[in-house]
Design a protein around this ligand. Structure first.
Ligand code: UT7
Length: 330
């Protein structure tokens, strides 16, 4: 029988660069409290959020993803035509067809790239990274753009004081390419569909005129409990799968869901005191699929973290779904 060719690519993959684009409108807690019955003190204590960034009227999901991608591709020292796959993680594309990734390709003038979306909410970016790792190592692509992008402010029920203060808008993009040395650990991922209903974009109920439809509906306490118990254990599995000891980890970049969730996972992992911890939620809010690359870019741009350090990433949220890996920072 004739033998089929099988896929073969680079020995390893790594993140070559990161870029980001933030919502232009700064919405601080004082402004938020003109919409919901809350206080700056409550929001800060319960989440760590001081302000969030919302997209201006002119900003779009595709435009923000494209802007972040341009920065990432330039920082990788590549030209746009060297990108041969685009994976966009998002839950806020306005059309289910074409994919946001295809629209980003068109916006950037990238012809011929494999382009598709990943719908995995706050786990989407890490799932996309893992797919990019596989593509590069199996020869499906050489340079993959992985983008997390959300405009959640347009999916908010601003009368719901249990969710409205939490979410923000932004885009983060990484270029993943070939590497001679390991720079991305095996992914740990999965889902718990028995909790599919606790975090949804709900299309089933009409809201008052002027409110967006559909909109995000969240049973926050249930998600919080899952994140601080089940996800803490998964984060430990990510570290074990990477082969690193806790003291060999330099940086921790969890999905920016809530600083109290971050603190809880940190305690569980027993990481050394000097590990750099992403706290981008303070100024960005929870940006779902965009939060990890936004936080990564913030840490690197501010000098809090540096290229070559080992960072544990873990995304978790609607699905409920999760994914995580350790990466060498670009
Ligand atoms: O990114 C996707 C994954 N999402 C997450 O990981 C989010 C997970 N959940 C959370 O982060 C938290 O559940 C929230 C930050 C959303 C809410 O914090 P919480 O500590 O779970 O608050 P709660 O819903 O248990 O409410 C506690 C109290 C209640 O009052 P009583 O019953 O104790 O008197 C609420 O009525 O706080 C009250 N409350 C508020 N008070 C002021 C609820 N929302 C507000 C508010 N301002 N905005």
């Amino acid at each position: 029988m004739a033998m089929l060719n099988s896929a073969a690519g680079a020995p390893h993959a790594r993140i070559l660069s990161v870029g980001s684009c933030r919502g232009e409108r700064v919405v601080d807690n004082a402004e938020m409290c003109t919409m919901i019955d809350s206080s700056d003190e409550w929001i800060q204590q319960r989440t760590g959020i001081v302000e969030r960034r919302w997209a201006s009227q002119d900003q779009t999901v595709v435009g923000m993803a494209a802007d972040a991608s341009r920065v990432a591709v330039e920082r990788a020292g590549l030209s746009l035509d060297q990108v041969d796959a685009i994976i966009v993680a998002t839950i806020s594309g306005t059309r289910s067809m074409p994919s946001v990734a295809c629209e980003v390709a068109a916006e950037l003038g990238i012809q011929g790239a494999a382009a598709f979306d990943v719908t995995a909410a706050c786990a989407g970016f890490c799932k996309g990274l893992s797919l990019a790792d596989s593509l590069v190592r199996t020869g499906g692509a050489t340079h993959v753009l992985v983008v997390g992008v959300e405009i959640l402010s347009r999916l908010l029920d601003t009368s719901d004081r249990g969710t409205a203060f939490l979410f923000g808008d932004g885009a983060g993009a990484c270029v993943v390419g070939p590497s001679e040395v390991p720079a991305m650990s095996p992914v740990v991922w999965g889902s718990d569909a028995s909790q599919a209903d606790v975090l949804t974009i709900d299309d089933s109920r009409s809201l008052a005129e002027g409110q967006p439809h559909p909109y995000i509906r969240m049973e926050g306490t249930k998600v919080f409990r899952w994140a601080t118990t089940f996800i803490s254990d998964r984060a430990r599995e990510v570290l074990e799968a990477s082969g690193l000891a806790p003291e060999e980890l330099d940086v921790f970049i969890p999905h920016q869901a809530n600083n109290r969730i971050t603190d809880s996972i940190l305690r569980h992992l027993k990481l050394p005191e000097d590990v750099v911890v992403a706290r981008d939620i303070r100024n960005s809010g929870n940006t779902s699929a965009a939060s990890i690359p936004l936080a990564m870019d913030e840490l690197l741009s501010s000098g809090k973290a540096t290229s070559g350090q080992q960072a544990l990433l873990i995304g978790f949220g609607g699905g409920l779904a999760y994914a995580g890996q350790v990466v060498t920072l670009p």
